[in-house]
Design a protein around this ligand. Structure first.
Ligand SMILES: [Zn+2]
Length: 248
Protein backbone atom coordinates (compact mmCIF):
# COMPACT_ATOMS: atom_id res chain seq x y z
CA UNK A 1 0.00 0.00 0.00
CA UNK A 2 1.35 3.42 -0.94
CA UNK A 3 1.89 6.11 1.65
CA UNK A 4 0.19 9.46 1.70
CA UNK A 5 2.05 12.73 1.15
CA UNK A 6 0.78 15.86 2.83
CA UNK A 7 1.87 19.36 3.72
CA UNK A 8 1.43 21.14 7.02
CA UNK A 9 2.93 23.76 9.25
CA UNK A 10 4.84 22.25 12.15
CA UNK A 11 6.94 23.09 15.20
CA UNK A 12 10.05 21.06 16.02
CA UNK A 13 9.60 19.48 19.46
CA UNK A 14 12.65 17.28 19.49
CA UNK A 15 15.34 15.83 17.26
CA UNK A 16 17.58 12.83 17.75
CA UNK A 17 20.30 11.24 15.58
CA UNK A 18 19.38 8.09 13.68
CA UNK A 19 22.33 6.10 12.43
CA UNK A 20 25.17 7.81 10.56
CA UNK A 21 23.20 10.01 8.25
CA UNK A 22 19.66 10.62 9.44
CA UNK A 23 17.68 12.27 12.20
CA UNK A 24 14.36 11.50 13.82
CA UNK A 25 12.34 14.66 14.26
CA UNK A 26 9.34 14.93 16.56
CA UNK A 27 6.97 17.57 15.23
CA UNK A 28 3.79 19.21 16.40
CA UNK A 29 1.62 19.66 13.31
CA UNK A 30 -0.74 22.62 12.98
CA UNK A 31 -3.74 20.42 13.77
CA UNK A 32 -2.08 19.64 17.11
CA UNK A 33 -1.04 16.14 16.16
CA UNK A 34 2.36 14.94 17.29
CA UNK A 35 4.27 13.03 14.66
CA UNK A 36 7.69 11.49 14.33
CA UNK A 37 9.44 11.60 11.01
CA UNK A 38 12.78 10.45 9.64
CA UNK A 39 14.80 13.20 8.01
CA UNK A 40 17.01 11.29 5.62
CA UNK A 41 20.47 12.73 5.12
CA UNK A 42 19.96 15.37 7.79
CA UNK A 43 23.18 14.45 9.57
CA UNK A 44 25.35 13.82 6.52
CA UNK A 45 24.41 16.78 4.40
CA UNK A 46 23.80 19.97 6.30
CA UNK A 47 22.32 21.56 3.21
CA UNK A 48 19.46 19.09 2.99
CA UNK A 49 17.42 20.64 5.83
CA UNK A 50 19.47 23.78 6.26
CA UNK A 51 18.76 25.42 9.63
CA UNK A 52 15.34 23.80 9.84
CA UNK A 53 15.67 21.00 12.32
CA UNK A 54 16.41 23.12 15.38
CA UNK A 55 14.17 23.03 18.45
CA UNK A 56 11.05 25.21 18.22
CA UNK A 57 11.61 26.10 14.56
CA UNK A 58 8.33 26.82 12.80
CA UNK A 59 8.32 25.03 9.45
CA UNK A 60 6.33 24.25 6.37
CA UNK A 61 6.86 20.54 5.90
CA UNK A 62 6.03 17.88 3.37
CA UNK A 63 5.65 14.54 5.07
CA UNK A 64 5.05 11.07 3.66
CA UNK A 65 3.23 8.67 5.92
CA UNK A 66 3.65 4.97 5.52
CA UNK A 67 0.84 2.66 6.54
CA UNK A 68 3.34 0.01 7.64
CA UNK A 69 5.22 2.31 10.01
CA UNK A 70 4.58 4.68 12.88
CA UNK A 71 7.50 6.73 11.58
CA UNK A 72 6.72 9.12 8.77
CA UNK A 73 9.24 10.53 6.32
CA UNK A 74 10.16 14.20 6.25
CA UNK A 75 10.54 14.98 2.57
CA UNK A 76 10.90 18.73 2.65
CA UNK A 77 11.12 21.46 5.27
CA UNK A 78 11.08 25.21 4.73
CA UNK A 79 11.79 27.54 7.62
CA UNK A 80 9.05 30.04 8.46
CA UNK A 81 10.40 31.29 11.78
CA UNK A 82 13.48 30.08 13.62
CA UNK A 83 12.55 32.02 16.80
CA UNK A 84 16.14 33.26 16.85
CA UNK A 85 15.53 35.74 19.68
CA UNK A 86 14.75 32.86 22.03
CA UNK A 87 18.11 31.26 21.34
CA UNK A 88 20.00 34.38 22.37
CA UNK A 89 19.07 34.23 26.05
CA UNK A 90 19.51 31.23 28.31
CA UNK A 91 16.45 31.94 30.44
CA UNK A 92 14.15 32.22 27.43
CA UNK A 93 15.76 29.19 25.79
CA UNK A 94 15.20 26.99 28.85
CA UNK A 95 11.61 28.23 29.17
CA UNK A 96 10.97 27.39 25.52
CA UNK A 97 12.47 23.92 26.00
CA UNK A 98 10.22 23.43 29.02
CA UNK A 99 7.14 24.44 27.01
CA UNK A 100 8.11 21.96 24.27
CA UNK A 101 8.62 19.13 26.71
CA UNK A 102 5.32 19.83 28.46
CA UNK A 103 3.47 19.76 25.15
CA UNK A 104 5.32 16.66 24.06
CA UNK A 105 4.48 14.88 27.30
CA UNK A 106 0.75 15.56 26.96
CA UNK A 107 0.22 15.09 23.21
CA UNK A 108 -0.58 11.68 21.85
CA UNK A 109 0.81 10.59 18.50
CA UNK A 110 -1.85 10.73 15.83
CA UNK A 111 -4.32 12.51 18.09
CA UNK A 112 -5.30 15.95 16.78
CA UNK A 113 -5.70 18.69 19.41
CA UNK A 114 -5.38 22.20 18.01
CA UNK A 115 -5.21 23.59 21.54
CA UNK A 116 -1.60 22.45 21.82
CA UNK A 117 -0.63 24.17 18.58
CA UNK A 118 -2.24 27.41 19.71
CA UNK A 119 -0.71 27.24 23.18
CA UNK A 120 2.81 26.52 21.97
CA UNK A 121 2.67 29.09 19.16
CA UNK A 122 1.48 31.72 21.69
CA UNK A 123 4.22 30.87 24.19
CA UNK A 124 6.97 30.94 21.56
CA UNK A 125 5.59 34.22 20.24
CA UNK A 126 5.74 35.72 23.73
CA UNK A 127 9.25 34.32 24.29
CA UNK A 128 10.35 36.07 21.09
CA UNK A 129 9.66 39.29 23.02
CA UNK A 130 10.71 38.49 26.58
CA UNK A 131 11.16 35.81 29.26
CA UNK A 132 8.08 34.49 31.04
CA UNK A 133 7.30 35.67 34.57
CA UNK A 134 7.14 32.97 37.23
CA UNK A 135 3.35 33.26 37.40
CA UNK A 136 3.20 32.77 33.62
CA UNK A 137 5.14 29.53 34.01
CA UNK A 138 2.50 28.35 36.50
CA UNK A 139 -0.17 29.39 34.02
CA UNK A 140 1.59 27.43 31.26
CA UNK A 141 1.67 24.30 33.42
CA UNK A 142 -2.01 24.60 34.20
CA UNK A 143 -2.97 25.38 30.58
CA UNK A 144 -1.14 22.30 29.31
CA UNK A 145 -3.20 20.17 31.71
CA UNK A 146 -6.41 21.87 30.64
CA UNK A 147 -5.68 21.56 26.93
CA UNK A 148 -4.97 17.86 27.51
CA UNK A 149 -8.48 17.60 28.93
CA UNK A 150 -7.40 17.30 32.54
CA UNK A 151 -9.17 19.98 34.49
CA UNK A 152 -7.83 20.14 38.01
CA UNK A 153 -10.54 21.47 40.30
CA UNK A 154 -9.39 23.90 42.97
CA UNK A 155 -12.80 25.43 43.51
CA UNK A 156 -13.82 23.69 46.73
CA UNK A 157 -12.89 21.01 49.28
CA UNK A 158 -13.27 17.54 47.75
CA UNK A 159 -14.44 16.27 51.12
CA UNK A 160 -17.08 18.79 52.23
CA UNK A 161 -17.39 21.33 49.42
CA UNK A 162 -16.41 24.43 51.41
CA UNK A 163 -14.60 27.20 49.54
CA UNK A 164 -12.67 28.91 52.34
CA UNK A 165 -10.28 27.31 54.80
CA UNK A 166 -7.35 28.55 56.92
CA UNK A 167 -5.16 25.89 55.26
CA UNK A 168 -5.59 23.67 52.24
CA UNK A 169 -4.07 20.27 51.49
CA UNK A 170 -3.48 18.42 48.23
CA UNK A 171 -2.88 14.70 48.09
CA UNK A 172 0.10 13.17 46.28
CA UNK A 173 -1.59 13.26 42.89
CA UNK A 174 -2.43 16.93 43.60
CA UNK A 175 -5.62 16.65 41.58
CA UNK A 176 -7.80 18.36 44.16
CA UNK A 177 -7.84 20.05 47.55
CA UNK A 178 -9.04 19.25 51.05
CA UNK A 179 -9.80 21.73 53.81
CA UNK A 180 -8.35 21.80 57.35
CA UNK A 181 -11.16 19.58 58.65
CA UNK A 182 -11.09 16.97 55.89
CA UNK A 183 -7.39 16.58 55.16
CA UNK A 184 -6.78 13.73 57.63
CA UNK A 185 -8.39 11.33 55.21
CA UNK A 186 -5.66 11.83 52.57
CA UNK A 187 -2.49 11.25 54.64
CA UNK A 188 0.71 13.22 53.94
CA UNK A 189 -0.11 16.19 51.77
CA UNK A 190 1.12 19.45 50.28
CA UNK A 191 -0.01 22.34 52.37
CA UNK A 192 -1.22 25.63 50.87
CA UNK A 193 -2.66 28.88 52.17
CA UNK A 194 -5.95 30.38 51.03
CA UNK A 195 -4.09 33.00 48.93
CA UNK A 196 -2.25 30.29 46.94
CA UNK A 197 -5.56 28.51 46.35
CA UNK A 198 -7.12 31.79 45.19
CA UNK A 199 -4.23 32.18 42.73
CA UNK A 200 -4.79 28.64 41.39
CA UNK A 201 -8.48 29.41 40.98
CA UNK A 202 -7.77 32.55 38.93
CA UNK A 203 -5.24 30.73 36.75
CA UNK A 204 -7.70 27.89 36.19
CA UNK A 205 -10.27 30.50 35.11
CA UNK A 206 -7.62 31.86 32.70
CA UNK A 207 -7.07 35.06 34.64
CA UNK A 208 -3.44 36.08 35.03
CA UNK A 209 -2.75 38.54 37.87
CA UNK A 210 -1.37 41.84 36.56
CA UNK A 211 1.20 42.11 39.35
CA UNK A 212 3.55 39.32 40.37
CA UNK A 213 2.20 37.48 43.41
CA UNK A 214 4.55 37.21 46.43
CA UNK A 215 7.20 34.56 45.85
CA UNK A 216 6.12 32.38 48.78
CA UNK A 217 2.61 32.16 47.37
CA UNK A 218 3.93 31.39 43.88
CA UNK A 219 6.15 28.66 45.31
CA UNK A 220 3.15 26.93 46.91
CA UNK A 221 1.13 27.06 43.71
CA UNK A 222 4.06 26.05 41.54
CA UNK A 223 4.99 23.07 43.74
CA UNK A 224 1.45 21.75 43.49
CA UNK A 225 1.16 22.27 39.71
CA UNK A 226 4.50 20.59 39.04
CA UNK A 227 3.53 17.62 41.17
CA UNK A 228 0.28 17.41 39.25
CA UNK A 229 2.02 17.68 35.87
CA UNK A 230 4.53 14.94 36.70
CA UNK A 231 1.84 12.71 38.15
CA UNK A 232 -0.33 13.06 35.03
CA UNK A 233 2.61 12.77 32.63
CA UNK A 234 3.77 9.65 34.44
CA UNK A 235 7.31 11.01 34.64
CA UNK A 236 9.36 13.95 35.83
CA UNK A 237 9.65 16.68 33.20
CA UNK A 238 13.41 16.70 32.67
CA UNK A 239 13.98 20.19 31.32
CA UNK A 240 12.64 21.69 34.56
CA UNK A 241 16.13 21.26 36.09
CA UNK A 242 17.73 23.62 33.56
CA UNK A 243 14.76 25.95 33.80
CA UNK A 244 15.23 26.40 37.53
CA UNK A 245 19.02 26.84 37.21
CA UNK A 246 18.59 29.53 34.55
CA UNK A 247 16.01 31.50 36.49
CA UNK A 248 18.16 31.93 39.60
ZN1 LIG B 1 -13.58 19.82 53.76
Amino acid sequence: MAGVRYQTQALVLRTAPLGEADRIVTLLAADGRKLRAVARGARKSRRRFLGCLELFSHLDVTVASRPSSQLERLEEAVLRDGHQAIRGELKRFTQACYALELCEAFTVEGDANTGFWKLLADVLGLLDQRALRDVELCYLELRVLQVAGLNPDFSACLGCGRRQSPRWYADRAAAGLYCSDCHQRIGPAHELGQAAVDLLRSLAARRLPAADPPSKLLEQASRLLRQLVDEQAGRVIKSRGQLDLASR
